[in-house]
Write a protein that binds this ligand. Structure first.
Ligand SMILES: Nc1ncnc2c1ncn2[C@@H]1O[C@H](COP(=O)(O)OP(=O)(O)OP(=O)(O)O)[C@@H](O)[C@H]1O
Length: 235
């Protein structure tokens, strides 16, 4: 096994007197796709904030492989029809942090690559406000990819999208995972997508958390919601 891209060891964290994580330990290998599942309010977003360094653990360690850049795709929130930037300009915002009327050849090239990788080239001059929900979410994905991250966090990024659009977005993420060895952490309540696209899950429950393979050969080892459904024949 190679060196983990992310290792969490004996992490403890709580809000006020409510302990969320007690000695949480797990490690993710580069190039894996992992879903993070668990009931509302159990601490999934808090875990992401700890991983991104926005919160400090009470104790324990979070270690990233040297030099790892993390991209982040938020939950879909609709933008107003009036939102004026084109898809290209919107994606470019995260490249330069501000709009300027000139771009270096290297920046243009990277932007072209990312627009192509996210299947947005033909839409790049369209106003983002007029784009469909799926196109908007792909533009957020493109923004997250512009700095060439090796680790991508999808923070309920498929919630509020219709089924076909969820699948389209996750197919794209899978393609990036395979072509660029992107490591993916996918926070979701959608068990079907977790089963379809990730090899393992980090299950966070009130009593603790565990990283488990999505093991279709051993359904009993999986939480009820993740077990394959067995179709019974009508007699
Ligand atoms: N800044 C904060 N101060 C105090 N408590 C907080 C804060 N942020 C989150 N919490 C509490 O921590 C718990 C975990 O919240 P968190 O948002 O991490 O859960 P979640 O698993 O992401 O939930 P959901 O599935 O609903 O998005 C909740 O009880 C929440 O109220």
């Amino acid at each position: 096994m190679s060196e983990p891209i992310l290792s969490v060891s004996k992490l403890n964290f709580g809000w006020n007197d409510r302990q969320l994580f007690k000695n949480l330990s797990f490690a993710l290998q580069p190039g894996t796709m992992t879903s993070v599942i668990g009931p509302n309010g159990v601490g999934k977003t808090t875990l992401i904030r700890l991983l991104m360094g926005q919160l400090t653990p009470a104790s324990g360690t979070i270690s990233w492989q040297h030099g790892v850049k993390v991209g982040y795709v938020p939950q879909f929130r609709n933008l107003d029809d009036e939102y004026p930037l084109t898809i290209r300009a919107f994606v470019q915002l995260s490249q330069q942090r501000h709009l300027v009327p000139w771009h270096s050849a290297a920046e243009q090239k990277r932007l072209d690559e990312v627009l192509a990788a996210t299947h947005l080239t033909h839409l790049q001059n369209q106003c983002l406000g007029m784009a469909s929900g799926g196109e908007k979410q792909k533009a957020y994905l493109a923004q997250a990819l512009i700095d060439n991250p090796s680790f991508l966090v999808l923070d309920e990024a498929t919630a509020s999208l219709d089924v076909a659009t969820k699948v389209e977005l996750m197919d794209l993420v899978k393609e990036l995972n395979q072509k660029m060895n992107l490591t993916v952490l996918f926070i979701t309540h959608d068990m079907d997508l977790a089963k379809q696209y990730t090899q393992q899950y980090l299950l966070i429950e009130k009593e603790g958390a565990a990283l488990m393979p999505i093991d279709f050969m051993n359904p009993e080892s999986m939480p009820k919601e993740l077990r394959p459904t067995v179709e019974t024949e009508d007699k």
